[in-house]
Design a protein around this ligand. Structure first.
Ligand code: NAP
Length: 484
């Protein structure tokens, strides 16, 4: 179908879909989850064939996808996410009266979502971006990822089935196949109001530039590269060099390093235990089984980025297992903090089973490193009680650089929950005010609107004085679920 026709359907769908009661949209999301589950083993088999991801991981990812859809349904049922705020009129206020003001969040309009290659279910066709956009009341145009077309098609058909059963306009969700040109054409169309994407820095920035160059620029929520630095502190390496090295190595190797939260940078103190740490890390890498990567393009992208990093002066390679056409060789590089500070290219993401260990001397070094860091999805501090007590300044700096600051844990494994932030300052994302995982991902696709002195009959339910939805609101500066 031509872009013009796709957009026409999307705009028509927006009018009807956005004004449906929250409960109807919640049922829609729950029915999509059930329809995906009904695809059963054939879905898992198809994704496995297309992505090389093991079936166990895919079963978990499907559960996460469906739980995500149901979480947004719960958020709609609860209702307070629209952030209703009411300032009642003060007609007698001097020197001028205050009008009645009522504010809430409303959906933005058609959203283009780019499916991600590394999460073919949870970040793709019916993934977090689609679920949160649909929950907000916005129709979705999904640009399928060419690395898993059959998977994407199966999930899209499941969504179409639910749309039909619920009697919704067809344009509520549309699945579009094609290459970069197709994506560019979609985001250039004037009817599109927002874009969500997970992928490479290069792809993301090409999309961002197009969106900003439109006669009407639109918000673009891009989740791109992150090296997720981990800071191992002196007390902890003294006590647990081997254990921490194994934990970190396993996090790097998880899923062949194809996670946006894979730790690609580990700061380790120069100490008596540093060699023990490096040896334990190297051993874990050497013993790791061969794991196929998503597709040949990802493998060649891995080797290109790896070679660029390993040829930087002052970087030593301590492990490099063999790889093949489909497997990325797990690799560890080591360098000094001075060298890392001098060479900003060592902050580039190497998407795959690689990490760069940076040896530092003292706390002052760590502060310099934290100041030099680009924006990250996560930063992690690994320390004992006394390490952490002395790390207030470091922790503050790292919280300014990342969307999630982790204490004594690895960054892989992103909980889908209410408090999660999966975002961060540029270049991790293009808009650090948001998250692409968890409840508040919905806030990306809405804007506030204030109704001033509106007649009761024209107010949305969320803003009516009687509070028919029974939601929490801020009335004259106080949280309450009472009627006015
Ligand atoms: P990608 O190349 O950025 O592609 C993601 C999506 O964006 C695809 O649908 C792609 O469509 C589209 N796209 C790419 N360039 C575009 C452009 N100039 N204009 C419009 N659309 C464009 O990511 P990928 O294929 O998933 O993986 C490639 C690399 O991205 C990996 O090797 C890795 O480095 C990185 N990556 C990072 C993350 C992360 O979370 N940080 C996740 C996945 C991948 P077409 O393929 O049809 O062009």
């Amino acid at each position: 179908m031509k872009t013009e026709a796709i957009m026409k359907r999307s705009v028509q769908a927006f009018e009807e879909y956005s004004s449906l009661p929250a409960g109807v949209k919640a049922k829609f999301l729950r029915d999509i989850a059930a329809a995906i589950e009904k695809l059963g083993d054939s879905l898992i088999k198809t994704v496995n064939e297309e992505t090389n991801l093991p079936e166990g991981r895919l079963a978990g990812e499907r559960a996460r996808t469906c739980n995500q859809l149901r979480m947004f349904a719960d958020i709609l049922d609860e209702g307070s996410w629209v952030e209703a705020v009411i300032d009642t009129a003060l007609p007698d206020r001097e020197p001028i009266p205050r009008p009645d003001l009522r504010r809430m969040l409303v959906p933005y309009g058609p959203v283009v979502v780019f499916g991600a290659s590394n999460f073919p279910l949870a970040f793709s066709t019916a993934g977090g971006d689609t679920a949160s956009a649909l929950a907000s009341g916005s129709p979705v145009i999904l640009k399928g990822h060419p690395a898993h077309p059959r998977t994407s098609g199966m999930v899209a058909e499941a969504i179409y089935g639910v749309i039909k059963d619920m009697g919704f306009p067809e344009g509520v969700f549309q699945h579009v196949e094609g290459g970069a040109d197709t994506g560019q054409e979609l985001i250039s169309h004037p009817s599109v109001k927002a874009v969500a994407f997970t992928g490479s820095f290069q792809g993301g920035m090409a999309i961002f530039k197009t969106a900003m160059a439109r006669p009407e620029p639109i918000p673009v929520f891009l989740e791109m590269g992150s090296v997720n630095p981990m800071f191992v502190l002196p007390g902890k390496i003294k006590e647990e060099a081997r254990e921490q090295a194994v934990l970190i190595a396993k996090s790097v190797l998880l899923g062949a390093g194809q996670f946006c939260t894979s730790p690609g940078l580990v700061f380790v103190p120069d100490s008596d235990n540093t060699e023990t740490f490096l040896e334990a890390m190297a051993k874990t890498f050497n013993e790791a089984g061969e794991e196929k990567m998503l597709h040949k393009g990802i493998v060649s992208g891995y080797y290109d980025a790896l070679e660029s990093t390993l040829k930087v002066k002052g970087v030593d390679q301590i492990v490099r297992k063999t790889g093949s056409e489909y497997t990325g060789a797990p690799t560890i590089g080591v360098t000094s903090l001075e060298n890392w500070l001098d060479r900003p290219e060592l902050q580039n993401e190497v998407f795959g089973p690689f990490t760069l260990v940076v040896r530092y001397k003292d706390q002052n070094d760590l502060l310099k490193a934290a100041k030099a860091l680009r924006g990250q999805l996560t930063c992690s501090l690994i320390g004992n009680d006394s390490d952490l007590k002395e790390s207030r300044e470091l922790a503050t700096l790292l919280s300014e650089k990342s969307g999630r600051l982790i204490f004594n844990g690895v960054p892989t494994g992103v909980e889908v929950s209410y408090a999660m932030t999966h975002g961060g300052p540029f270049p991790a994302t293009t808009d650090s005010r948001n998250t692409s995982v968890g409840a508040w991902a919905i806030k990306r696709f809405v804007r506030p609107v204030t109704f001033q002195s509106a007649p009761a009959a024209l107010l949305p339910e969320a803003l009516k004085s009687s509070n028919p939805l029974g939601i929490m609101r801020v009335v004259n500066g106080k949280h309450t679920d009472k009627e006015i």
